[in-house]
Design a protein around this ligand. Structure first.
Ligand SMILES: *[C@@H]1O[C@H](CO)[C@@H](O)[C@H](O)[C@H]1NC(C)=O
Ligand SMILES: *[C@@H]1O[C@H](CO)[C@@H](O)[C@H](O)[C@H]1NC(C)=O
Ligand SMILES: *[C@@H]1O[C@H](CO)[C@@H](O)[C@H](O)[C@H]1NC(C)=O
Ligand SMILES: *[C@@H]1O[C@H](CO)[C@@H](O)[C@H](O)[C@H]1NC(C)=O
Ligand SMILES: *[C@@H]1O[C@H](CO)[C@@H](O)[C@H](O)[C@H]1NC(C)=O
Ligand SMILES: *[C@@H]1O[C@H](CO)[C@@H](O)[C@H](O)[C@H]1NC(C)=O
Length: 361
């Protein structure tokens, strides 16, 4: 693995110096990927790192910067600083979290007005400030908002909300831009998962998914976007891309190029040290119902036709598998991989056999 990388990088430099007239250094080269650190997401158009890349490398509203801990941050006009966890350039969405590790607090004051971003999946949560003893309930408190004598909960389930309404103070109702599309209401959540935001303009998604590079057209003075295709830029540039790809694959572990194949499940769900759930064996997985799309699989509204594991839209004739306990559907190849590692449903997080509600609710 390491030798392959070394060879590719060697070839890249070999070609760079032996054939340098083939490479024209344009504005685009100047704007190639930057990083706050090796573990942080790669930054390129429409984003730019303010201190490392010149203004024409980024689109207005997409400025990022590195803090002293080498975290990548974005400063949203009405909501303040968030840490950038991952950027999906092809699907034009970004995962954010709170650098101070209390995302629910930030959600209470989230206001995306004035930024180019919107929530990707929105789910309404009610926040409650409670003083009753919740130990008999399967509730998941928000630790960083709770105090010695009160506990804060967030819920999107009508049943739980009416239960909490009669016992607690309603704090707020917030449309949370959740990371994953929880088709079902969530009883209570500590809302510590990333939030997922999308942007509409500039439209570089198609260019990115074709392997091209997006940027301002030279000489357009920041008015026109163009897509330059890496394949047309000569062998050295191609080798550079290949070398860079290897570099990225090995360094940026959170980033998923081909979600169907290289999904990193550790990023899907924040690990909870108290529960140890093991994956399922193949015969059990095979016993879960499979359907070809178009039949009776339980899909939500037409505009939610996305597999919440790979975030790809379901296409006709694709094979889906559903989890018998909760009937959530996923691409068969996505959920099979998941279930081998973890027996719980990635959407509602119920392990097979366990009921989503405590007996009281
Ligand atoms: C970009 O435009 C400037 C003038 O606007 C020109 O001097 C430069 O050569 C151009 N670069 C490329 C790569 O076309
Ligand atoms: C940040 O990165 C720089 C160089 O990349 C390194 O010297 C420095 O130690 C890093 N700082 C932290 C807090 O990791
Ligand atoms: C919750 O209510 C208690 C009083 O019952 C109050 O002292 C506390 O500040 C409240 N917490 C929040 C986060 O609103
Ligand atoms: C919490 O309640 C206990 C007992 O009622 C009381 O002694 C304590 O001062 C309270 N703590 C706070 C922070 O209000
Ligand atoms: C480029 O745009 C800026 C403002 O966006 C303007 O002041 C400047 O005159 C423009 N330059 C050219 C060459 O069009
Ligand atoms: C499986 O996922 C659940 C949440 O969906 C998580 O709490 C648990 O820790 C995971 N188990 C393993 C072994 O990864």
């Amino acid at each position: 693995m390491d030798t392959t990388k070394t060879i590719i990088i060697f070839f890249f430099f070999f070609f760079l110096f032996s054939n340098s007239p083939l490479i024209t250094i344009s504005a685009l080269d100047f704007c190639s990927n930057s990083f706050c650190s090796r573990k942080e997401p790669a930054i390129r158009f429409p984003f730019r790192l303010k201190n490392l890349q010149p203004a024409p490398c980024g689109y207005p509203g997409f400025n990022l910067f590195c803090n002293t801990f080498n975290q990548t941050l974005i400063d949203l006009p009405n909501s303040g600083k968030f840490s950038v966890q991952a950027i999906d350039y092809a699907r034009q969405n970004i995962l954010l979290n709170d650098p101070e590790n209390c995302l629910p607090k930030r959600l209470l004051e989230l206001n995306l007005f004035g930024s180019p971003f919107k929530g990707f999946f929105l789910q309404d949560f009610m926040f409650f400030n409670c003083t009753f003893d919740y130990r008999n309930y399967k509730f998941n408190p928000i630790g960083c908002l709770s105090g010695e004598n009160y506990t804060v909960f967030a819920s999107s389930s009508q049943r739980t909300i009416s239960f909490l309404k009669s016992r607690c103070n309603l704090m707020a109702k917030v449309a949370v831009p959740v990371q994953w599309n929880y088709f079902e209401p969530v009883m209570t959540s500590d809302l510590s998962d990333n939030i997922r935001l999308k942007w509409g303009s500039p439209r570089c998604g198609q260019c990115e998914s074709r392997g091209g590079r997006c940027g301002f057209r030279n000489g357009s003075n920041g008015t026109q976007i163009e897509c330059t295709n890496a394949a047309h830029r000569g062998i050295p540039a191609f080798l550079f891309l290949l070398g860079f790809l290897c570099f990225l694959c090995s360094r940026v572990r959170n980033y998923c190029w081909r979600p169907h194949r290289v999904m990193e499940f550790s990023t899907v769900v924040a690990p909870q040290p108290t529960t140890v759930v093991c994956g399922l064996d193949n015969p059990t997985i095979e016993s879960y119902p499979k359907t070809i799309l178009g039949e009776s699989c339980r899909l939500p509204k037409p505009d939610d036709n996305i597999c919440s594991i790979c975030l790809c839209e379901y296409m006709p004739k694709e094979t889906l598998r559903s989890i018998p306990e909760c009937h959530h559907c996923f691409h068969s190849e996505c959920i099979d991989q998941w279930l081998r590692l973890n027996s719980s449903c990635p959407v509602c997080r119920n392990s097979p056999g366990s009921s989503p509600f405590s007996p009281e609710l």
